[in-house]
Design a protein around this ligand. Structure first.
Ligand code: FAD
Length: 291
């Protein structure tokens, strides 16, 4: 089923994100992870694409496995930076052949070991160009297409310019938008109000990253530049050196974030599981009453 239609039918959607197999995470292990994840009944599972430029394969294969073997809806990520139209079309054709018809259309970043020259190598400069092209393509125009957004602004821009580009991305044919992680719900709510003033009407999905490992999250926060509220800072300070306690505190923090966002009527919650099903399990238990 198309995610666009799911949003129309349900009060809100809850989804999980996984990354495809790589040299440290085997396909077999990931199949076990996904088999457990579907038990917690997400509305769909998304599979990332070549994140960081290291792994390009595996997205459609894993999405196909979840959709066709585990009978759960999927969203396949796709980045266009440095790609030719023919490569994008091959990917989309492969997706279609496997009955995968929801795509998160992204620009991507400069892969490790490459320079910014890559932005001039491919046929697309921005995600909106990919989305516009998709909508014009008779083969793929009926895919449900999502895009990304940044409640605290994309690192290359200031907030007004970024919002303007986001509006353009929606007008290109985006059905829903999923956010980068954030830890302060007020920032997300304020962004939603600003987007509404610009007449951005598609569902805004909140990307929730459970903080379960202090070291790892500090690196991610540095890269994404998202702000850390005092409450989370205190949890990191107190439990950061104790893996088990940090995991419990991080799961509680993420659960509270989700419960509050649902009370605000947010249409979608996307949980970055980092391929750890136990995190999804605990959060789903905590938020069960709010679903
Ligand atoms: P765009 O929407 O193209 O925006 C990129 C920048 O360009 C922004 O600053 C924007 O304001 C600016 N811009 C847009 N249009 C124009 C224009 N016409 N003129 C000038 N400037 C413009 N990366 C991966 O590699 N794989 C993944 O699977 C992946 N999944 C992600 C999932 C989510 C939910 C999110 C939030 C990010 C994900 N990313 C992934 C990271 C993403 O690729 C990067 O954040 C990337 O830097 C921007 O991608 P975008 O699609 O938002 O780009």
């Amino acid at each position: 089923m198309k995610i666009k239609d799911m949003f129309e039918q349900k009060e809100h959607l809850i989804s999980f994100e996984i990354f495809p197999p790589n040299k440290n995470f085997s396909e077999e292990k990931l199949k076990n992870v996904t088999a457990e994840l579907v038990e917690y009944k997400p509305d769909f599972i998304s599979v990332t694409y070549g994140a960081g430029g290291k792994t390009k394969g595996g997205t459609i294969e894993m999405a196909s496995y979840i959709k066709n073997n585990l009978k759960t809806e999927v969203l396949a990520h796709l980045t266009c930076v440095g790609s030719k139209k023919s490569e994008i079309n091959d990917y989309l054709q492969e997706a279609k052949n496997h009955n995968v018809k929801n795509i998160l259309a992204l620009r991507g970043d400069v892969p490790v070991g490459e320079t910014e020259e890559i932005y001039n190598k491919g046929d697309y400069k921005y995600a909106s160009e990919l989305i516009r092209d998709l909508r014009k393509n008779r083969e793929f125009h009926d895919f449900s297409i999502g895009g990304a957004f940044y409640p605290e602004t994309h690192y290359e821009n200031n907030d007004l310019v970024d919002l303007f580009h986001l509006k353009n991305k929606v007008e290109a044919g985006t059905d829903f938008l999923t956010s980068q992680m954030f830890f302060d719900n007020n920032i997300f709510i304020k962004f939603k109000e600003q987007a509404e003033k610009l007449d951005i009407k598609v569902p805004l999905v909140a990307g929730i990253m459970p903080v379960t490992n202090a070291k790892q999250i500090k690196r991610i926060i540095e890269l994404s530049k998202c702000s850390v509220p005092k409450k989370l800072d205190k949890l990191l300070e107190k439990y950061g050196d104790n893996l088990e306690s940090m995991k419990k505190a991080g799961i509680m923090y993420a659960s509270e974030q989700i419960i509050e966002l649902l009370a605000y009527g947010i249409k979608g919650i996307h949980i970055y599981t980092m391929n750890k099903p136990e995190i999804a399990r605990e959060i789903m238990k905590n938020i069960e009453f709010a679903r």
